[in-house]
Write a new protein. Structure first.
Length: 589
């Protein structure tokens, strides 16, 4: 196979290998070609006699983002998953993890040793935070610069194949988080090769990826081909697409619609389901509408409003983007209509926002959480709810998440209430860039009311300090402690109920409701009783520290799970301990 690169502006291009430079041959539409290289060969490209640059489609960057690329034959891996039929993500239990902090070793191979724990928990899909190469060893991965490669500190591309194969052997699907809306600030050389950027649109990171200006057809192929490669050559089952609202595209066919149609065709070819999950801040169901109806055709999308509604109600936080959240009525809106902002006023944004979800839409099309890397890591200290909430409140959050009509996502360690934080961390070698990141994080948190949350001055952890990264590494020894072990068992019980009780497994928004027995206002955490209605099932959440009596519907209901022992002094009543949650279900058909 020949070596090819798209460099339409170059007068000549050299292939740079150990023995020197070889002139490449110009092909059609700005492409250049040269004879193929053996597997495992380091190479780079020189444009018009300039410095050697890594391949924009580099499959491997073992020398870092500034060094040469290395060839990698993805077809050489001996897969053992021939019997794997795949999973559609809708309605499944997702588990988000960061490879660099999921284990002390911080590698994909080390993560394999803990897949059985996820099976025991009841996880269906393992979602890996971005693996694209970034500058340095430590980082979240959203500053990657190589959409075809796997960060070498995590083990490189072969390690990802081993991980996926091992996951499939255990019945676990794998979702890979990919970033198509920008590249990181260090090592992004693609702009030297061609019009990968455009000033016609601006994003929070500057000029946008060129999706609709001259030359954009090749840039779009660069992104779409990388996505197809993960699904085809690495047997990945799903892609989570980061911040798609920053994909500025005025083309007749949006990039996401193009990607959806091509992934659907690949799914048919491979004979297994392939899913696309969009992270979007638009509160717009266009993301999951079919491409034939003018939508983007995503399998599912993240829905942050559900997180905000649960978090603000249970914690009492009302700062920043939680300003419109916290009331029981707001949680009811989120659990029955998905978006709290679905056309009305957003105080935080200062304008009307969003569109309603059409009646009859499957709730499983929306991925929700009570923790994820953003909602934990973008707090000033990167602290978890377990640092501030009693165990009963954590159990209540878990029940509202796992028994709601959505697709639930857990964040690593959440299931046992880890108190390990997940702050933002980097390891840039450039002092100026490192200082800019420090300054930027401090500025980002200024004025968001964190002093009220933490009860005093807030010192934002230094992203560049190795200790900041170390503070995020999971401590599995916590699981042996009584309180953590109890919460882990509770999560397992909830997943079993979700799988075994049809009313709790359903994505029917119309058969979901929420009632509240408590005060009409609260300056902090609400104290009262929530009852989540899921068909004939009930999830009773007592947020009051005191014992409460709840009236039950006339249909016979049995206690299927209880965080703390309950009493039934007479038919139709349930006495629930303070700060606890109880799940009741009807008799099996």
């Amino acid at each position: 196979m020949s070596v090819r690169v798209w460099a339409p502006r170059a007068a000549h291009v050299d292939l740079v290998v150990d023995e020197g430079r070889r002139p490449m041959t110009r092909a059609d539409e700005g492409w250049w070609a040269a004879d193929g290289l053996p597997d495992g060969t380091d190479y780079a490209f020189s444009l018009d006699g300039g410095p050697a640059r890594p391949d924009p489609r580099s499959p491997w960057q073992p020398h870092g983002v500034h060094g040469p690329s290395r060839t990698f034959d993805a077809r050489a891996f001996a897969w053992t998953d021939a019997g794997w039929a795949g999973l559609d993500v809708r309605g499944r239990v997702l588990y988000e993890l960061h490879v660099g902090t999921f284990t002390r070793e911080g590698t994909l191979d080390a993560a394999i040793a803990h897949l059985d724990d996820l099976v025991a928990l009841g996880v269906d899909v393992v979602e890996l935070m971005p693996l694209a190469p970034f500058d340095g060893d430590r980082g979240w991965g959203y500053d990657g610069v190589g959409p075809y490669a796997v960060h070498d500190a995590y083990g490189g591309p072969a390690a990802l194949q081993r991980f996926v194969d091992a996951a499939h052997a255990r019945g676990l699907a794998v979702c890979l988080d990919v970033v198509h809306n920008h590249l990181g600030p260090s090592g992004a050389y693609v702009g030297e090769f061609g019009p990968y950027w455009t000033d016609a649109h601006q994003t929070p990171w500057g000029a946008a990826i060129n999706l609709d200006q001259p030359g954009s057809s090749h840039v779009r192929r660069w992104l779409v081909d990388s996505a197809l490669r993960w699904l085809r050559d690495f047997h990945v089952d799903a892609l989570r697409l980061d911040a798609v609202h920053e994909l500025a595209d005025d083309s007749p066919v949006h990039l996401l619609a193009q990607l959806s149609d091509e992934v659907a065709a690949l799914s048919t070819e491979l004979g297994r389901p392939l899913s696309l999950v969009a992270e979007t801040d638009l509160n717009d169901p266009v993301s999951v509408a079919p491409t034939t109806d003018g939508g983007w055709g995503m399998t599912a999308q993240w829905a942050d409003d559900v997180h905000h509604a649960i978090h603000a109600l249970v914690t009492g936080e009302r700062h920043g983007y939680y300003v419109d959240f916290g009331a029981p009525a707001t949680l009811r809106h989120a659990l029955t209509r998905v978006f709290v902002h679905d056309g009305g006023r957003s105080t935080f944004r200062g304008r009307d926002w969003g569109r309603p979800v059409p009646p009859g839409t499957d709730g499983h099309r929306f991925v929700v959480c009570v923790q994820n890397h953003d909602q934990v890591g973008n707090r000033a200290l990167g602290d978890r709810p377990s640092e501030r909430l009693p165990a009963g409140a954590l159990a209540a959050q878990a029940a509202l998440l796992l028994l709601a009509p959505f697709t639930p996502l857990l964040f690593m360690g959440e299931e046992w209430g880890t108190r390990r934080r997940f702050p933002f961390f980097t390891s840039y070698a450039d002092p100026a860039l490192a200082d800019a990141v420090r300054t930027g994080r401090r500025a980002e948190f200024a004025g968001h009311g964190w002093e009220q949350v933490y009860g005093g001055d807030v010192t934002v952890p230094d992203p560049q300090d190795a200790a900041t990264h170390a503070s995020a590494v999971l401590d599995r020894d916590e699981r042996a402690q009584d309180e953590h072990a109890r919460l882990l068992d509770w999560y397992r019980q909830l997943v079993v109920l979700r799988r075994s009780v049809p009313d709790l497994a359903s994505g029917d928004l119309a058969s979901t409701d929420l009632t509240w027995d408590g005060p009409d206002e609260a300056a902090g955490p609400w104290q009262g009783v929530l009852v989540l209605h899921r068909g004939s099932a009930r999830v009773v959440v007592n947020l009051d520290p005191a014992e409460r009596t709840v009236t039950l519907p006339p249909v016979p209901l049995q206690v299927a799970a209880a965080w703390a022992p309950v009493r039934r002094p007479e038919p139709g009543t349930l006495v629930v301990p303070g700060l606890s949650v109880t799940v009741l279900v009807g008799p099996a058909d």
